[in-house]
Design a protein around this ligand. Sequence first.
Ligand SMILES: CC(C)(COP(=O)(O)OP(=O)(O)OC[C@H]1O[C@@H](n2cnc3c(N)ncnc32)[C@H](O)[C@@H]1OP(=O)(O)O)[C@@H](O)C(=O)NCCC(=O)NCCS
Length: 200
Amino acid sequence: MTSSSTSADPQSRLDALDWPFHTERLTVRRSTIEDLDSLWKYRGLPEVSRWTSWHPADQEDWRRYQGDPARMARTLVFEYEGSIAGDLMLMIQDGWAQREAADLAHGTQAELGWALDPALGGKGLATEAVRELIRIAFDELGLRRVTAGAFADNERSTRVMERVGMRREAYNIKESFHRDLGWLDGIEYALLAEEWRTRA
Ligand SMILES: CC(C)(COP(=O)(O)OP(=O)(O)OC[C@H]1O[C@@H](n2cnc3c(N)ncnc32)[C@H](O)[C@@H]1OP(=O)(O)O)[C@@H](O)C(=O)NCCC(=O)NCCS
C-alpha cells in the first residue's frame, strides 16, 4: 500500500548528497543526459529488457523515455574501469500510513532497481553496486526501508537481492503481465535499515 505525498518532492534529497560514491571497483554517480547513448548500448539489448519494465522500440524511444526529468532524477549509473557498466534506480516513496500520520511516513522508503551491461556479467559488479545503493539509501538518505520487485523467473536478479541480504516479503501468483509470456508470478523483496545495520 502506498499513501499519497503530503509535502515537497523527497526525490530532491539526492541533490544534496556528496556525489560520486566509490566502492572497491565502482564509482556510483547521478545519471546525466550525456549518459543516454552509453546506456542505450546495453539497455537496447533484448536480453536486458527481457525482464525489465519496457523494451525501447529504438534509440529515439529510449532517449525520450529515459531522458524524462523525473526518470533521470531517480537514475544512477555505476562505472567500472572508467566506463558505464550499469544503472540503478533509487525512487524515494512514502510508506503507507493512516491519513492522520501520513507526514511521518512521507519519503521514508525507496524502491530500487538495476541493470548491468551483459558483457560485464558474472563478476559481482551488480551485487557490489546494489550494496552501495542500499548503503546510500540508509546511510546517506536516512531511509528506513528499501524494496525491489521482479518477475519470479528473473533468477539472476533474485540472486542479486539475496546476495545483498534483502528478504523475500511476497510471492504473487500470476500478478504481472509479461509482453511475451503472459501472466507471470511476481516477487517482492525488502530490507529495513535496522536489519541492514545489524548484519553489517
Ligand atoms: C540482474 C543482473 C544485474 C544480474 O547480473 P549478474 O551478472 O548475475 O550479477 P553480478 O554482476 O552481481 O554477478 C553475480 C555473479 O557473479 C559471480 N561473482 C563473481 N565474482 C563475484 C564477486 N566478487 N562478488 C559477487 N559475485 C561474484 C557470482 O557468483 C554470480 O554468479 P551466479 O549468480 O551464477 O552465482 C543482470 O542479469 C541484468 O542486468 N539483467 C537484466 C536487467 C534486469 O533483469 N534487471 C532487474 C529487473 S528486476
